[in-house]
Design a protein. Sequence first.
Length: 170
Amino acid sequence: MASEKLNKKDWKISKVYCYDSRHLTKLREIKFNSIDFAVTSPPYLNGLDYAKMHRLSFYWLFKDWELWLKEDREIGARSKRGKNNCVENYFNDLKMCFNEVYKALKKNAYYLVVVNDTYYKKEFIPTHQRLMKIAKDIGFREVRKKQMLIPGHFYKDHAKEDEWLLTFKK
């Protein structure tokens, strides 16, 4: 059995950023064309109320945790559901995210997005298709899309829920 010994000089230092991706390039730490790889898993349109579910985590992780708990900041927040243009506002927020990630990525860098299709008021929303179009309009090239079924998980009274892994290249 062959094995290789890794030298410390071969190690690359990675940084993980945990920010609202609608405002990535406005941060001093993230410059245009500086990121090698990005992964996002946006809140689902009809999912949990993440701000309420994760209050304690926000308190531990962020010095400005009270700002993170403002429901109007959260993409797809429960407080935004049921309002006029809720679905379009959701996709406009995600378009902002994709734009910011595009600006931050280096040329030929990859962007992986984990997302699910959903129902809103009994209407099917093909989230992955909408995001693929948004990505293409911004300038991303589609590399791969893969559907991942979540076994035993049903979306209320509708079809089985699934997730999509979308891979793009700048």
